[in-house]
Design a protein around this ligand. Structure first.
Ligand code: CP
Length: 315
């Protein structure tokens, strides 16, 4: 069971996925995030917008970027922030996730930002929430990470402009297990990206139809040829234990982005990575810290995008 993401008038009630979100809704969120970027860096102009509202970051999985940037976003809009720590909460005594949500909802929380290891868990919580309570998916299983998709699109727009039709974008790495890749694919398609190339070892590419319309290759050099942007994905190290990757050294040799390889892309190509990065595995230090890297711009855009989302849901 999933909750409808928009109401009858098309307004956002929750943000669970970018899949099926109309282009106009994506553009509106990105325009708003761009306008909020100055306040996202510590401005005070918007501190009244969510005064009297309470936002809870309800993370059942670890996070640095998403949890911290939602916390800053909520505070910069004037909301009360409740940071739920699953490692010290009654979750450890076996309390059900829904009971946790209902308990905090009864205390007056208006919006929950939820990360969960299980696909679909956030949508299930949204379906059970009280009318008027908003849920934001901060990453569920391998399925969706919509605010990461939005901040990636904002970063692309800032570098390349709002017309995605001429763009060639490569997504490289462990696509099969990546909720970031799925949200990026949803958004790139909705925004009309001209060509999406997907590259990785066969064992790390999905076979569930999500790559329809993409150019799929196992050859990184071919994937990089002339692209305007490269989105590198984290190699989830547990994939070695599962036997899907032979060794980190082999992976770096075949799928690691180095400065030499990056020269195959367009001269003004940008490099993105959602973090956390495995330096020396999927990306070299020289690229991660080099002039084409937009990794820290992505992080900065995360605050602005999350302000725009909270404002749309609660403002
Ligand atoms: N990109 C991302 O989701 O990072 P965190 O796991 O640190 O939130």
């Amino acid at each position: 069971m999933t909750a409808a993401q928009t109401d009858a008038a098309g307004r956002l009630r929750h943000l669970l996925t970018l899949d099926g979100l109309p282009r106009a809704a994506l553009d509106a969120l990105l325009d708003r995030a761009q306008a909020l970027a100055a306040d996202a860096r510590g401005g005070t102009a918007r501190r009244h917008v969510l005064a009297g509202k309470a936002v809870c970051t309800l993370f059942f999985e670890p996070s640095t970027r998403t949890r911290s940037s939602f916390a800053l976003a909520a505070q910069r809009l004037g909301a009360d922030l409740l940071a739920f720590d699953a490692s010290t909460a009654s979750t450890t005594k076996g309390e059900a996730d829904l009971d946790t949500l209902k308990t905090l909802e009864a205390m007056g929380v208006h919006a929950f930002v939820v990360r969960h290891k299980r696909d679909g868990a956030v949508a299930e919580l949204a379906a059970a929430a009280a009318p008027g309570t908003a849920l934001v998916n901060a990453g569920d299983g391998r399925s969706n990470h919509p605010t990461q998709g939005l901040l990636d699109m904002l970063t692309l727009r800032q570098a390349k402009g709002a017309d995605f039709a001429p763009l060639k974008v490569a997504i490289v790495g462990d696509v099969r297990h990546s909720r970031v890749a799925r949200s990026d694919l949803h958004a790139l398609r909705a925004l009309g990206c001209g060509e999406i190339r997907v590259c990785g070892p066969a064992a790390l590419l999905p076979d569930d139809g999500i790559l329809g319309g993409c150019t799929v290759t196992h050859d990184l050099d071919a994937a990089l040829e002339g692209v305007d942007a490269v989105m590198m994905l984290r190699l989830q190290r547990e994939r070695m234990a599962e036997g899907l990757v032979d060794s980190l050294e082999d992976y770096h040799r075949d799928y690691g982005l180095t400065a030499a390889r990056l020269r195959r892309a367009a001269p003004d190509a940008i490099v993105m990575h959602p973090g956390p990065m495995n330096r020396g595995v999927e990306i070299s230090d020289a690229v991660a810290d080099g002039p084409q890297s937009r990794v820290l711009a992505q992080v900065a855009n995360g605050v602005a995008v999350r302000m725009a989302v909270l404002e749309a849901l609660l403002g």
